[in-house]
Design a protein around this ligand. Structure first.
Ligand code: NAD
Length: 374
């Protein structure tokens, strides 16, 4: 495990517990010192689990058969990898063409956590879900801390406090967890998603599903949302403006896999919201749902609406984000581990591997990213 290169990244790829599981499997685990410090896993626990701390990270990286890290590596780190090394991390492959080429040039096998199929078989490795769920929880906690109102209804001798109104736009993994968290805190919750199948799930959490007729929206075979036409986006905005204006907290999670996130909350909609209300844009890393939102910054509009620009909400709960992410890494390794040879065996016929292997043996092999050959 090399150090994470992105500032603000507090998670690690393994915990001491998963380190022990991999050592038991037959792996030799090496890590830079302090890898779990920010997520509250001390070095001593990693070494007690069987890991060794490396003296020279560059030498260890160049010798590794398998590299585990949370975020994408630097081009310099990729150039260090030995041919045949397997690199497992989030990669943002839709936006990182040059990194993919660097992996191919190094003859390394780059595996993207984002591309692991969202199937039952691969559920234990589904890092997008494990992190999105915690991020959805954290979005509500962060918004609650900023909204200056209590969330639940309270009947007191001094009068009745009405519940906060929370509107969640996009009810996938993050959105459903945000809905559940806001409900647990006693808020009155409404939600909207373009995938009609979500209505049932929203209702089962006790929230109201906001109905907006957008015509045919559907979903992809993989269960993802399809991109809306400009006319559908305009209809959606018109349908949501009133709900936003009545809400104290708006949480947006709307994403379209592999594409820029749709711009849903316009400046006009923000201008119609109550002063002191809080908006959390959870799609900022893929372009953002909210006009005027700035990655990494909180912005307050002229009418007093605060837009929180946190780009990695899961890092506010890094201990648990690391716990579940490490379980995802370990499940992937276990799936491809060959007990006899005590090494990884990348079976190219494996459907999970076909989904997430991006480069191999000197080429970009994933059909979505491979250069056109004809
Ligand atoms: P995501 O992060 O890509 O998108 C978040 C949500 O935004 C989605 O629900 C999407 O429908 C919604 N959205 C997109 N455009 C929108 C718009 N204009 N307005 C409002 N909402 C919009 O999605 P995700 O949370 O990663 O989940 C995607 C799908 O994968 C879901 O169907 C989920 O149930 C499925 N999934 C399946 C498994 C499994 O079977 N193992 C695991 C995890 C997720």
């Amino acid at each position: 495990m090399p150090a994470e290169s992105e500032p603000g990244e507090l998670r690690a790829a393994l915990t001491p517990t998963t380190t022990a599981a991999l050592v038991k499997l037959g792996l030799t685990v090496q890590t830079v010192a302090g890898i779990g410090a920010a997520s509250r896993y001390p070095d001593a626990e990693y070494t007690a689990a069987g890991a060794t701390l490396v003296d020279d990270p560059a030498i260890a990286l160049a010798a590794a058969d398998l590299v585990l890290r949370v975020r994408k590596p630097s081009p310099a780190d990729i150039a260090t990898l030995k041919p045949g090394a397997v690199h497992l991390s989030f990669l943002d492959p839709f936006n990182e063409g040059p990194l993919l080429e660097a992996f191919a040039a190094a003859k390394a096998s780059a595996v993207s956590l984002e591309m692991i199929p969202r199937t039952t078989l691969a559920q234990k490795m589904d890092a997008l879900s494990s992190q999105a769920s915690l991020a959805g929880y954290a979005a509500v906690v962060q918004a609650t801390a900023r909204v200056r109102s209590a969330l639940p209804m309270m009947m007191t001798p001094a009068g009745t406090i009405m519940p906060c109104r929370v509107f969640v736009i996009g009810a996938g993994v993050a959105g459903l967890q945000a809905i559940a968290t806001a409900k647990r805190l006693g808020a009155r919750v409404e939600a909207f998603d373009t995938r009609p199948v979500v209505e049932e799930q929203v209702k089962s959490l006790g929230a109201r599903f906001v109905k907006i007729d957008l015509g045919d929206t559907g979903q992809t075979q993989g269960g993802y949302a399809k991109q809306l036409t400009p006319e559908q986006v305009a209809k959606q905005q018109a349908g949501m403006a009133k709900v936003c204006s009545q809400s104290d907290i708006v949480i947006t999670t709307a994403k379209v896999f592999g594409r820029k996130a749709p711009r849903i909350v316009s400046a006009e909609m923000l201008a119609g919201m109550k002063p002191g209300s809080v908006v959390v844009d959870m799609a900022l890393e893929s372009g953002g749902n909210v006009e005027g939102a700035v990655p990494g910054e909180d912005v307050t509009t002229a009418n007093g609406v605060t837009i929180l620009g946190h780009t990695s909400l899961e890092c506010t709960v890094a201990t648990h984000a690391t716990q579940v992410l490490a379980a995802n890494f370990t499940a992937w390794i276990t799936h491809f581990w060959d007990d006899e040879s005590k090494s990884l065996k990348l079976n190219r016929d494996d459907e999970i591997l076909q989904g997430c292997l991006i480069t191999h043996d000197g080429a970009i092999v994933h059909p979505r990213f491979a250069p056109e050959t004809s």
